[in-house]
Write a protein that binds this ligand. Structure first.
Ligand SMILES: O=C(O)/C=C/C(=O)CC(=O)CC(=O)O
Ligand SMILES: [Ca+2]
Ligand SMILES: [Mg+2]
Length: 401
């Protein structure tokens, strides 16, 4: 027996999880798999085992592996679980395990396109009330289609990357003209990010029944948002510089195969969506989040509260014939539930800054201050009472430059 053979059921990165990442080794970056607090150098393990298909892991990103599609992902996972659960190949495994403390992780994906959705009814209602107090909080289209916008893939960064406070235009309520300067309403958005694998042909929509085949796995995603810049610029084309300065993702991608026990029905859709958005694939995921602000947990969003299913997001963003590419990432939108303590951004949690939160050191906050650190954590139920952890997503705010 080796230590990875009898990990406790509450180990978030046990053999039922096996998330993929990319580590910087002295001789170059390679794809690795996380087991508890170790990174397994699967490229070298596969090489030693004479496994040809392991060549895709000899890479600085997961993209080549993502390109191989669902059958290859399943085969790789089966081989890994078989190798790790058995004892006969333990001598081959052991030399390729590296303690995480000594391994630098990089952004695991060469990000292709990035879309961010708006799938929480509670978030959309709350934001509508604050941004558009004179209108209905939900726009007339909201329950007919999952609203999204195209974000900036080049500014998606790995967990741990410092976030420089953005500067831009904002228009203070009492002022008639905009002013320029560092954002004074810097916020987070706790989201689930979906990593796409396998491309599609231009003009070929993805049907609901096939949608999950294109989702390789998930990461925790933080869509940093400068609310003052956003509120002034977003009419009529939507979020732009208020969100494009940085989006953080966890360094390890948990494959969908690890989340089979997390499938849950959606809270309910009324009116029923159009046919291209309907079907059995329209389910949700039971993933519990924690929002940690400088060491204090200020919110516990629940992904199962989301109105739109990830499969509906895939069907919708391709229904016009737009392609998917390996390395695309789409965000769920802010995860907010009906209760105040389950809101996934500070705009909502502090009700636009009117209800400050108190941290453990007795200081209070409305929006982010320089030096603040946000850690997003998440976990889901796994098979046989185990826990599937998503890798944390951390960012610390640096002063505006
Ligand atoms: O309602 C608006 O004008 C915009 C709301 C958002 O902040 C958009 C967004 O990033 C979507 C989300 O995360 O749910
Ligand atoms: Ca967002
Ligand atoms: Mg962003």
């Amino acid at each position: 027996m080796n230590w990875w053979h009898d990990l406790p059921a509450d180990e978030p990165f046990g053999l039922d999880n096996l998330p993929y990442g990319v580590a910087e080794f002295p001789d170059g970056p390679r794809v690795v798999v996380r087991i508890a607090d170790h990174a397994l150098d699967i490229a070298r393990l596969a090489e030693q085992a004479g496994m040809e298909s392991g060549m895709v892991w000899e890479s600085g990103s997961l993209n080549a592996f993502l390109d191989q599609g669902p059958e290859a992902w399943a085969a790789a996972r089966a081989w890994l679980q078989d190798t790790l659960r058995g004892t006969e190949r333990a001598d081959c495994v052991a030399p390729h395990l590296h303690p995480l403390a000594g391994v630098a992780m990089r952004l695991p994906i060469e990000v292709a396109d990035y879309v961010d959705f708006y799938a929480s009814e509670h978030h959309a209602t709350n934001v509508g009330r604050m941004f558009r107090p004179d209108s209905e909080p939900l726009t007339p289209n909201w329950k007919h289609l999952p609203i999204g916008y195209h974000g900036r893939s080049g500014t998606i960064v790995a967990s741990g990357t410092e976030i420089v406070r953005p500067s831009g235009q904002r228009k203070p309520p009492e002022s008639t003209a905009p002013v320029f300067g560092p954002s004074v309403r810097l916020d987070i958005e706790a989201e689930l990010g979906f990593v796409v694998g396998g491309g599609t042909r231009l003009g070929q929509p993805v049907a609901m029944a096939d949608a999950w085949q294109h989702i390789f796995g998930v990461v925790i995603l933080n869509d940093w948002s400068a609310r003052d810049i956003q509120a002034w610029e977003y009419v009529p084309l939507g979020p732009f510089l208020g969100k494009s300065f940085a989006t953080s993702i966890g360094a390890w991608v948990t494959p969908m195969a690890a989340l089979s026990e997390a499938k849950v029905p959606l809270p309910g859709q009324d009116p029923a969506p159009l046919r291209y958005l309907a079907g059995e694939a329209a389910y949700g995921l039971d993933i519990h989040y924690e929002v940690d602000w400088n060491g204090t947990i200020v919110s516990r969003p629940e992904y199962r509260e989301m109105y739109w299913s990830p499969a509906q997001m895939v069907a919708h963003m391709t229904v016009n014939g737009a392609t998917l590419r390996s390395g695309d990432i789409f965000g769920s939108g802010t995860i907010s539930g009906p209760a105040k303590e389950t809101r996934g951004c500070f705009l909502e949690l502090t009700w636009s800054g009117q209800e400050p939160v108190t941290l453990a050191d007795a200081s209070t906050r409305t929006f982010l201050e320089d030096g603040d650190t946000i850690t997003l954590r998440a976990s889901a139920p796994g098979p046989n009472g185990t826990v599937i952890g998503l890798a944390e997503c951390v960012g610390t705010i640096a002063p505006a430059r």
